[in-house]
Ligand binder design. Structure first.
Ligand SMILES: Nc1ncnc2c1ncn2[C@@H]1O[C@H](COP(=O)(O)OP(=O)(O)O)[C@@H](O)[C@H]1O
Ligand SMILES: Nc1ccn([C@@H]2O[C@H](COP(=O)(O)O)[C@@H](O)[C@H]2O)c(=O)n1
Length: 202
């Protein structure tokens, strides 16, 4: 099994890059795990309390479960990947059955901050986009798809997102084997990664 880790700040285009990479690859050879699925369950908190959580700090992620799931997949076992709701700031209680594949891609802002998880990646990719570009994309996406308004996104940006990015996410760029510039759509980079994957699955 080849395991790729794709990290980078919010809005840099991780999900978009993953979708570009897997395009044209056989569906039954590739599996995807999103770090977002592993935000800790917070059933014991009210919605108002959950809204106040710092979701850009590594402690918000259940790395133990994420690492265990990746180990299970490596051992040939299927896993139940939790489904997360950005609207409710909580797990939904549903799961996606994720089968082991020749290539597994794990994507998320904080995946290189955890040493045990980081060690499991055969290839580490960091997607870079400038901070103003990321903020613009995040505003558009979170308002359109994640039930937020401009005030929410900007307050979160100032209070947690920017400081956590500087403290935890940007420094993990140094662990990357490949840095993909993604201020513009970068099909050259995604074609190269796809070529590497094709060699593994042929
Ligand atoms: N290179 C790009 N140019 C313009 N918009 C982009 C680019 N890459 C991604 N986007 C858009 O930016 C938003 C955030 O991208 P997404 O892939 O969800 O980022 P991430 O998973 O890193 O948070 C999405 O609406 C996506 O369509
Ligand atoms: N309930 C939540 C959980 C997370 N976030 C934000 O999501 C960002 C990470 O996801 P990307 O797809 O953008 O990589 C992260 O910056 C958290 O602030 C949230 O807003 N609400």
């Amino acid at each position: 099994m080849l395991i790729l880790g794709i990290a980078g700040g919010t809005g840099c285009g991780k999900t978009t890059v993953v979708n570009q990479i897997i395009k044209e690859l056989p569906e039954d050879e590739i599996g995807i795990i999103s770090q977002d699925s592993y935000y800790k369950a917070n059933d014991h908190l009210s919605f108002e309390e959950r809204e106040l959580i710092n979701f850009d700090h590594p402690r918000s992620i259940d790395f133990e479960l994420l690492t265990q799931h990746l180990k299970d997949l490596k051992a040939g076992k299927s896993i139940n990947q939790p489904v997360y709701s950005f609207v409710h700031h909580n797990r939904t209680g549903d799961f996606i059955l994720t089968k082991p594949r020749k290539v597994m891609i794990v994507e998320g802002i904080l995946i290189f901050t955890n040493p045990e998880l980081r060690e499991m990646f055969d290839i580490k990719i960091f997607v870079h986009a400038d901070v103003d570009e990321r903020l613009i994309r995040r505003l558009r996406r979170d308002i359109a798809e994640r039930g937020r308004d401009m005030e929410e996104v900007l307050a979160r940006y100032q209070n947690t997102l920017k400081p956590m990015h500087e403290q935890f996410i940007e420094p993990t760029k140094s662990f990357a084997d490949i840095i993909i510039p993604n201020d513009r759509y970068n099909t050259v980079a995604t074609d190269i990664v796809r070529t590497v994957i094709k060699q593994t699955i042929k």
